[in-house]
Write a protein that binds this ligand. Sequence first.
Ligand code: MG
Length: 164
Amino acid sequence: MSLLRPDLYHTDVLAIDLESLRASGIRVLLMDLDNTLLPRDGSGITPEVRAWIEALPAAGFTGCLVSNNWHAHVEDVAADLGLPIVAKSLKPLPQAFRRGLAVAGATAEESAVVGDQIFTDVLGGNLLGMKTILVTPLSSSDLPHTLVLRRVERRLLAGREPLA
Ligand SMILES: [Mg+2]
């Protein structure tokens, strides 16, 4: 089903080809936080991912976090990373990424979604016609219902390997 299919699939955000993404007209990245940028196992943002985020403006991108997380600490993480955040966003409902587009002052056509879950990030982005980039989760720790969905996601991705 095409709404559940990511346009790109990478091992992590570091593997995303920002140059060709920018050349394709994308200038805004609406990014998931948990297990996309921040491991859910509590190990914290790696220096490599932090440097990648900090280099986005120079590469021509505006970043915005769109997270379903309800905990107040995500606001602190966003501030620490220097990124705006739409929290409690209710992905995959279209309102979630619409709020992100409003914060970034961008249209769906010039924005891409980056996330580790098909049923929130990829589905939500595809519902608005955005380019969707799936990454492998940073840790195997996650919420119980997410771990159940991961089994379904693995079947949807059958045979498709993430590009490094
Ligand atoms: Mg996530």
